[in-house]
Design a protein. Structure first.
Length: 198
């Protein structure tokens, strides 16, 4: 195992094309200054707000059937506020290019995501299934409890600390609660109490 430019290269298996060793790049911690981290958090918060404004005009409220399947888990005012928008493809944020130049190799790729939540606007490139809506509504609750700036900070710091999208605490909670929902969609889950319990 060796480290180059903040990235740990891990030998995986024999591969003749690279002299008998193949490496996979894993992010440990790239050397970002506190100022760079603050700027990144600001960029993420700005992107969230811009995307919310951009997609809100073409969005729709939850249908009666969507609302009925989620009403046991979320308060009425959350369900009233949420808006849904469909797009052909989700696009990565414009600041990804700079992060990739800095050496980030494993940024969450938006084109691989079913949906992304921007405050109260859920933008999806996949169908709105009940489990997808549940997961994204957990993020709506997180935004409501934390505010955009704190949500962005926790998301960025969570990614920088873990190096993995699925290990970001905000995502871990959303996936955990979604898993409970998939097991028993009829059983009330106290999302508001658990959305930021990490």
């Amino acid at each position: 195992m060796e480290t180059i430019g903040g990235l740990t290269l891990v030998p995986q298996r024999d591969d003749l094309s690279t002299g008998g060793r193949r490496y996979s790049r894993l992010m440990t911690r790239l050397p970002l200054t506190p100022g760079q981290i603050t700027e990144l958090i600001s960029n993420v918060a700005l992107f969230i707000e811009e995307q919310r404004r951009a997609h809100a005009p073409a969005s729709r409220p939850l249908s009666n059937s969507e609302r009925a399947s989620l009403a046991v888990h979320f308060p009425g005012d959350v369900l009233d506020r949420v808006r849904l928008a469909r797009v052909r493809y989700l696009q990565n944020p414009p600041f990804y290019a700079e992060l990739e130049r800095m050496g980030f190799q494993n940024l969450p790729q938006f084109r691989r995501m079913a949906a992304v939540t921007f405050v109260n606007v859920i933008v999806a490139q996949d169908e709105f299934t009940s489990s997808l809506l549940f997961h994204e509504l957990v993020h709506v609750v997180q935004y409501r409890q934390l505010g955009v700036q704190k949500f962005a900070e926790l998301y960025v710091r969570g990614f920088l600390e873990t190096g993995e999208y699925l290990s970001i605490p905000l995502e871990r909670v959303a996936y955990h609660l979604e898993g409970l929902f998939r097991l028993r969609p009829d059983l009330a889950i106290e999302v508001e109490k658990q959305a930021t319990s990490f």
